[in-house]
Design a protein around this ligand. Structure first.
Ligand SMILES: *[C@@H]1O[C@H](CO)[C@@H](O)[C@H](O)[C@H]1NC(C)=O
Length: 166
């Protein structure tokens, strides 16, 4: 009888444990948001087909002091910078993630700080790079606000203003 009880208790404990894991995976643990951010960067590095940023960016995202943007407008902005800086490529250098406490964190509410190396080819065979430092606010697993400062030190003057639009 006692053995059965212990067995049942263990089974119960294991199920609660397994349920919690499943719930965390569904809603966004630390790993999930990191993976999601990397997938976002992969998308920026892709051809960015229509709708490709919808799963990463909240409609009406506040980016620096721009007016609220739709994911489609974000795609248009990055594409216009890519047109001026050929071969534009984003690579994550540092990533620091701080989830909100409790269930908020599990639901994808978090602060994320990233330093990214952004490179491009001003002409074939030549590569230049600059840095972006960006603080993101994630809500429900999507970017809701972002404050970014780019370090364009060392870029040709004509490219500096373009790079600052990122
Ligand atoms: C930035 O990225 C470019 C392209 O991948 C690379 O060549 C360069 O070494 C990187 N710079 C630093 C300081 O990591």
């Amino acid at each position: 009888m006692l053995v059965t009880k212990i067995l049942l208790l263990n089974l119960f404990a294991f199920n609660v444990f397994a349920l919690n894991i499943a719930r965390n995976e569904a809603c966004g643990t630390n790993m999930d948001l990191k993976a999601k951010y990397h997938a976002y960067i992969d998308t920026l590095n892709s051809d960015m087909p229509p709708g490709s940023l919808d799963q990463y960016i909240k409609d009406g995202v506040k980016f620096n002091d721009f007016k609220p943007l739709s994911p489609a407008e974000c795609i248009a902005n990055v594409k216009s910078v890519k047109a001026d800086l050929p071969g534009l490529h984003f690579a994550v250098d540092w990533l620091i993630l701080e989830k909100d406490q409790g269930s908020q964190g599990a639901q994808g509410f978090a602060n994320l700080a990233v330093r990214a190396n952004i490179s491009y080819h001003p002409e074939p065979g030549k590569e230049l790079a600059f840095w972006e430092h960006c603080f993101y606010r994630f809500e429900e697993g999507k970017i809701a606000r972002a404050k970014s400062v780019v370090d364009v030190w060392g870029l040709p003057e004509k490219d500096q203003a373009i790079a600052r639009n990122l």
